[in-house]
Design a protein around this ligand. Structure first.
Ligand code: GLP
Length: 260
């Protein structure tokens, strides 16, 4: 796991955008894994800026979302499909149908989850998967006690996650109780995992992710098994790391030929 402690959210956005730009410019069929939440917003703004100002094209790319609430009306602004459309897809030149997400309104949710897994495989798998992290250590909506080998499925949200996400809704009561989410095993199939976190509320989850024991109680810790993980943090999110100075040294003194 490579840990990069950044001086600002802008620096996190620039480094993450570099990873996606390299993929987009070097692959003929890049597959992006996109995330919702507040953490990726500046990254999406930076990608849009590069699209507008530098001609960075997404026309040959596909993108898969991590998760979705169950049962939100199709036009609800907080339905993750609509969030990604607003923040990213509608501002770029993706081909029609190139951005896909799990269907939280399917009549047969388990069948839709299986079909979503197949779509990702048929696309060749995710090249770079962007991830945020919940305060309880969840990635996507894989709540504590999720199977470390789980695939896309229906999950019940914890009260903690509903409270954390209530800021996007008018009240806590409006936050759905259920979601569909890529499983930890699904996420682990991506070639490169790129996790971003900022702010003091994420410090404990980040410390567990990087330095804690692998445990279903902190689902993100499964990433310790992945061969290619980059963790981009601000100082506040990195505050609980025992080896913070070591990570700083390793990044500062990294050979120029070694990318992220
Ligand atoms: C939600 C999403 C996660 C995201 C998490 C953290 O629960 N399902 O994918 O990582 O929120 O969000 P934020 O970046 O807003 O803190």
């Amino acid at each position: 796991m490579e840990v990069v402690i950044c001086s600002s959210e802008q620096q996190i956005a620039a480094i993450a955008a570099d990873v996606f730009e390299t993929l987009l410019r070097t692959s003929t069929n890049p597959v992006l894994g996109v995330a919702t939440g507040s953490s990726p917003v500046l990254i999406y703004d930076e990608l849009v800026r590069r699209h507008v100002e530098k001609g960075l094209s997404f026309a040959h790319a596909k993108a898969f979302m991590l998760d979705e609430y169950v049962g939100l009306p199709i036009d609800h602004p907080e339905r993750y499909r609509n969030v990604i459309e607003r923040q990213l897809a509608s501002r770029l030149d993706f081909a029609p149908g190139a951005v896909q997400g799990p269907d939280g309104n399917a009549v047969d949710l388990p069948a839709a989850c299986g079909a979503y897994e197949e779509m990702i495989v048929d696309a060749g798998g995710v090249d770079v998967q962007l991830l945020g992290i919940g305060t309880d250590g969840h990635i996507a909506f894989n709540e504590p006690a999720s199977s470390l080998a789980s695939r896309t499925r229906v999950k019940m949200l914890t009260e903690q996650t509903r409270v954390d996400n209530a800021r996007f809704f008018d009240s806590l009561e409006q936050v759905p109780h259920y979601c569909v989410t890529q499983g930890l095993g699904t996420i682990m199939d991506a070639a490169h995992l790129l996790l971003v976190a900022n702010g003091p509320a994420k410090a404990e989850a980040v410390a567990q992710l990087v330095e804690g024991p692998i445990s279903a109680m902190w689902p993100a810790t499964v990433m310790q098994w992945h061969p290619h993980v980059t963790v981009l943090l601000d100082e506040a999110a990195a505050a609980g790391l025992r080896l913070a100075d070591y990570y700083r040294d390793a990044f500062t003194n990294k050979p120029s030929w070694q990318g992220l």
